[in-house]
Write a protein that binds this ligand. Structure first.
Ligand SMILES: Cc1cc2nc3c(=O)[nH]c(=O)nc-3n(C[C@H](O)[C@H](O)[C@H](O)COP(=O)(O)OP(=O)(O)OC[C@H]3O[C@@H](n4cnc5c(N)ncnc54)[C@H](O)[C@@H]3O)c2cc1C
Length: 514
């Protein structure tokens, strides 16, 4: 009885108004695409009316519309075929027929791709639906301005990625590239603050594992908290440093977020990014940030994940076990019809340039540092330059550069800030691309304390209050940045919940309806 009720509840949840009643009609009616099922599979089953999964599979291969029919890579076909076998559920006796994957991931940003990998590693059949024509979300790159110059569309430098336990656990090779220095923060009227890899204080080295554990676990974070509690003296690290250059580094790193630099959240951001810079650097990625998406997507596809591009999702699709929503929380609200009250982070002005040669910074350390911080709380600019780290980004002798500010409101103001620190900069500009990003794009939610830890949308957890639906994007704990933690946390929660359900005999819609 409990199984039946569960099946009914899940049918309602996924808006499966109709399931096929084979007893009533032999060739249909089939669930429509609007019910969230893959149209190609629906058509195939409809055409075949077959009870035999292998026959269904052969028919998928014959369907000229199906990606398998167009694929020329035999290995890939075989892998997809295996996934499809798992994904197709054919009832021979009973009157319920549902065709779906174990999990659907909405959004192929890096978090969605991480989630897909974790689920595929657990043996699940997974479909990833992405509205754009390429995967990656805010982790994409390309010749955005002119041929031969590769710019990063959004994110560019990866302290959190280099430290990420998620990328390590997935065993992915991301070709991070480090400059001679990690970052420089020049002043117009004094010495330049410099961050280098190597020298982190002992207190930090003792708490870093607990901090990283906290990044990849939802609340309550018992083990991470215990790790921090063992080092009470590490709290001193949060004090404003007496050394003005160290204080400037911390302030600049806090200003990557929209939190007040010396408020509680800002101090934590400033500390964490500065220390991760010392232990892991702020690398960029060889060939462009899109390499990260490619590495994650290739790994997922090699494990049978179906990646469907150009597919915008408007309602929660059907899945046998879980749906991971790896979009921002407001898109989650649109898709689920839920009212979302999360404050966005501020609007951002983003600039990319192609330049005739490397930038003539007045402060010498800035010429050896891929990341340069400019200004302070009222006029902060985060600037990146690649040629010293990655020769694939620009033709020899030229430069590719990137910057954004959520304080300055125009491209002119940002360029004036750069020109003040590097007279002659403007004369080097060959081409520029200016983007005015709406609020909420960088961190997918404010980084202020009122949206952190247990205050993240669903109490710092990936469960959304909708059964089987998880939030796995940067809108969830631990927030923005490229580290894969929200996707990891959501997928782990889905797998754990499915094993608990299986133990209780409630493991899937199709099996529960038998
Ligand atoms: C300009 C900029 C600069 C940044 N710089 C850095 C940096 O240097 N270092 C760093 O670590 N972080 C940086 N960040 C932050 C970081 O890039 C993001 O926090 C992170 O990439 C978010 O990843 P995500 O997978 O959660 O979401 P996203 O990357 O936003 O991916 C969400 C995906 O879901 C898709 N999608 C949305 N709605 C739907 C739908 N209805 N149907 C199907 N698909 C849908 C989107 O197309 C997108 O591909 C930057 C961000 C921006 C915008």
């Amino acid at each position: 009885m409990r199984d039946q009720n569960d099946a009914r509840r899940r049918l309602r949840l996924h808006d499966l108004g109709r399931v096929v009643d084979r007893g009533a009609t032999d060739a249909g009616p089939m669930p429509q695409a609007g019910a969230g099922l893959r149209p190609s599979l629906v058509r195939v089953v409809d055409a075949g009316g077959s009870d035999d999964p292998l026959r269904v599979l052969r028919r998928i291969g014959e369907d000229p519309e199906h990606p398998l029919a167009r694929c020329r890579d035999d290995d890939l076909v075989a892998r997809h075929a295996r996934t499809a076998t798992r994904a197709v559920s054919v009832e021979t006796r009973a009157d319920t027929r549902v065709v779906m994957h174990d999990a659907v991931v909405i959004g192929a940003g890096h978090n969605g791709l991480v989630a897909a990998n974790v689920l595929a590693d657990a043996g699940w059949s997974v479909s990833v639906l992405e509205r754009e024509d390429e995967p990656g979300g805010a982790v994409r790159s390309g010749e955005l301005i002119e041929p031969g110059f590769v710019n990063d569309l959004c994110s560019a430098f990866y302290p959190l990625g280099a430290a990420s336990p998620v990328f390590r656990a997935l065993d992915v090779e991301i070709p991070f590239r480090h400059g001679p220095l990690v970052l420089a923060h020049p002043a117009l009227d004094g010495p330049c603050a410099v961050l280098e890899r190597g020298a982190a204080p002992d207190e930090w080295l003792r708490i870093e594992p607990a901090i990283l554990r906290g990044l990849v676990t939802p609340f309550p974070q018992v083990r991470a908290a215990a790790g921090l509690a063992r080092e009470p003296r590490a709290a001193r690290l949060l004090r404003r440093p007496a050394d003005p250059l160290e204080a400037r580094l911390r302030e600049g790193n806090a200003l990557h977020s929209d939190a007040r630099p010396w408020g509680p959240a800002g101090r934590a951001f400033g500390l964490i990014l500065t220390m991760l810079g010392r232990t892991h650097g702020f690398p960029c990625v060889a060939g462009g940030s899109g390499t990260i998406a490619r590495v994650l997507a290739d790994r997922a596809v090699a494990r049978g994940v179906e990646l469907r591009l150009g597919e915008r999702v408007d309602r929660i699709p059907a899945a046998r076990r879980a749906v991971i929503v790896a979009t921002d929380v407001w898109e989650f609200g649109r898709i689920t019809g839920r009212r979302i009250r999360v404050e966005p982070d501020p609007a951002t002005v983003k600039l990319d340039w192609t330049l005739d040669r490397p930038i003539p910074w007045s402060a010498e350390p800035a010429r050896r540092s891929p990341v340069v911080h400019l200004g302070g709380p009222g006029d902060f600019v985060l600037f990146g330059q690649y040629s010293m780290v990655d020769p694939t980004r620009a033709p020899a002798g030229k430069e590719t550069a990137w910057a954004y500010s959520h304080v300055l409101r125009s491209a002119e103001a940002i360029e004036a800030q750069v020109e003040a620190h590097a007279p002659g900069f403007r004369a080097l500009v060959r081409g520029r691309r200016v983007e005015h990003l709406p609020p909420g794009r960088i961190n997918l939610g404010t980084a202020k304390l009122r949206n952190e830890l247990v205050l993240r949308p669903f109490h710092g957890r990936p469960e959304t209050g909708i059964s089987g639906v998880y939030l796995g994007s940067a809108s969830a704990h631990p927030g923005g940045g490229v580290h894969g933690a929200p996707g990891w946390i959501a997928a782990q929660a889905a797998v754990r919940s499915a094993s608990r359900r299986r133990a209780r005999g409630l493991w899937s819609l199709t099996s529960s309806s038998r």
